[in-house]
Design a protein around this ligand. Structure first.
Ligand code: CAA
Length: 261
């Protein structure tokens, strides 16, 4: 499956892992519109590729990302924003069905933090600094930061970070449950996790992600009904037969065999 042209990201497929590296290092991977489009298109290409089970997103150079490109936004007006609708591309990340693992280091600020929060699992280097400095620019997060952080850590705690723009250290992000883990070798950790997930049944991963996402938006009852439908659907997969048969035969299951044929 061919990738669209890329200027600000690098992509490769390693086994069943689709890798995306941000690559605008001279600007701390500040996210201009073209770069966001390239990230989204790379994710969508991997999402459609049957050989890929899991997507890994990492930074490059000194950082994951210092946020949206401030220079690009300086001359913006409400009308230019409305016409360009720069955040429409960000919405497409929410529709990626495969697991996305973010490995972050250095600065994870503003839109960079929002990008990490749009992923499913986040692993961070101990020296990583997270934050929403938008208030210091006279604006606010616009790509999901106020919503995702609040849903993740609660309103009063989120508001302190959003009002002050203070930087959050990696261990605090871990304590608050914003990231999965601090690790001294981000690259090895994300690849090991991606490798593990790539051996899990791909349709189960997809429907687990879908159900967990619904938990954020739906009432408990509606969410449970959605979960049940996904559960029933998995009984149409060869991996369900393989997983249960392997258990009864006391052997490890081998998933995704149909896709590998
Ligand atoms: N946009 C555009 N350019 C940026 C940038 C950004 N977000 N972040 C860094 N750069 C550029 C700098 O302008 C500088 O360019 P030049 O070499 O041409 O001068 C280069 O990257 C290196 O940056 P610094 O010289 O500032 O490096 P530093 O080590 O002193 O500081 C930093 C690093 C703390 C990350 C600092 O650059 C910084 O504070 N960046 C801005 C962070 C920020 O405010 N992010 C929020 C953006 S708004 C947003 O994201 C809205 C949204 O919700 C989508």
């Amino acid at each position: 499956m061919s990738m669209p042209t890329q200027q600000y990201v690098k992509t490769e497929t390693v086994g069943r892992i689709g890798r995306i590296r941000l690559d605008r290092t001279a600007r701390y991977n500040a996210l201009n519109r073209t770069m966001v489009r390239e990230i989204v298109e790379a994710m969508e290409t991997f999402d459609r590729d049957d050989r890929v089970t899991v997507i890994v997103l990492t930074g490059n150079g000194k950082s994951f990302s210092a946020g949206a490109d401030i220079e690009e936004m300086l001359e913006a007006t409400p009308i230019s924003m409305e016409l360009l609708d720069p955040f429409a591309d960000w919405d497409r990340i929410s529709r990626i069905k495969k697991p996305i693992i973010a490995g972050v280091h250095g600065f994870v600020l503003g839109g960079g933090f929002e990008l990490a929060l749009a992923c499913d699992l986040i692993y961070a280097d101990p020296a990583t600094q997270f934050g929403f400095p938008e208030v210091g620019l006279g604006v606010m997060p616009g790509a999901g930061g106020t919503q995702r952080l609040t849903k993740c850590i609660g309103r009063t705690r989120a508001l302190e970070w959003l009002f002050t723009g203070d930087r959050m250290q990696a261990d605090e992000a871990e304590r608050l449950g914003i990231i999965n883990r601090v690790t001294t070798d981000v690259e090895a950790t994300v690849l090991a996790m991606a490798e593990r997930l790539s051996n899990q049944p791909s349709m189960a991963l997809r429907l687990i992600k879908d159900a967990a996402n619904k938990a954020v938006d739906l009432s408990l009852q509606d969410g449970m009904e959605h979960e049940r439908r996904n559960f029933y659907l998995l009984f149409a997969t060869a991996d369900q037969t393989e997983g249960m048969q392997a258990f009864l035969e006391k052997r490890p299951p081998i998933f995704n065999q149909q896709e590998q044929e």
